[in-house]
Design a protein around this ligand. Sequence first.
Ligand code: GUN
Length: 285
Amino acid sequence: MAAQRIEGKPLAAAVKQRVALEVEQLKQRGIRPCLAVILVGEDPASQVYVAGKERDCAQCGMESRLYRLPADITQAALLELLAQLAADREVHGILVQLPLPAQIDEQTVIAAIPPEKDVDGFTPVNLGRMLIGQPCFVPCTPAGCLEMIASTGVSLDGKHAVVVGRSNIVGKPAAVLLLQRNATVTVCHSRTKDLADHCRRADVLVAAVGKAGFITGDMVKPGAVVIDVGINRGADGKLCGDVDFAAASEKASFITPVPGGVGLMTRAMLMENTLRAAKLLHGIE
Ligand code: GUN
């Protein structure tokens, strides 16, 4: 039997609707949540992502401020803008769209975001807090993955979760979140031996590789929950994930589509984080 699709659209819409309601209540208290987005250079994918974030903010009744900087900007100038936004009491969330040009050190820039405005959850403070289970901003993509798994009603307790990919923004935090939900977690990466064998043992398979068709049908355990984080262009020019969707659907119990899956939830989680930042900065909750 074909797997059930975990649709991102209705899940994301429900999150955004909840956020919009709370934003309305904050506005009645004179607070308008505001997300500052910094886009350096002209990377086409980044431009699409940033436009989506602006649209989401508008839908949720939040303010968004986009700072477009030239690709040849110095690190010092970027850090100066971050210092201004850090001090600006009307800005609640700060997001620096990645990747950054080569002359800029990504980690130096991320560390310059105050943890309380770090709605991406990328700063060392928030990642460290997440690791030890303290309140923090959780990176949006892994948070979205966990929401999608939760929506299936399948418990993670004691299950074997396999994460393919070990990036700081998806693979590693996803592994930590799955562990917090009592899954037994395997993290696979480009140097993993017998990767297919690991995948075949996954009750929950999270693919965050960035290669179209990387996860083939034979790598999916019958009945597995498959979460596809990849956003790639296939040979036909169409958007696709890391998972061979048709083949994996024959094996999985639940699977996320691309497009229409994790990406939408990532954006919704950003709205939730920005709302929370606004509330925290105003001492609400
Ligand atoms: N580039 C790709 N994904 C992301 C993300 O979630 N946040 C930021 N800031 N940049 C990204």
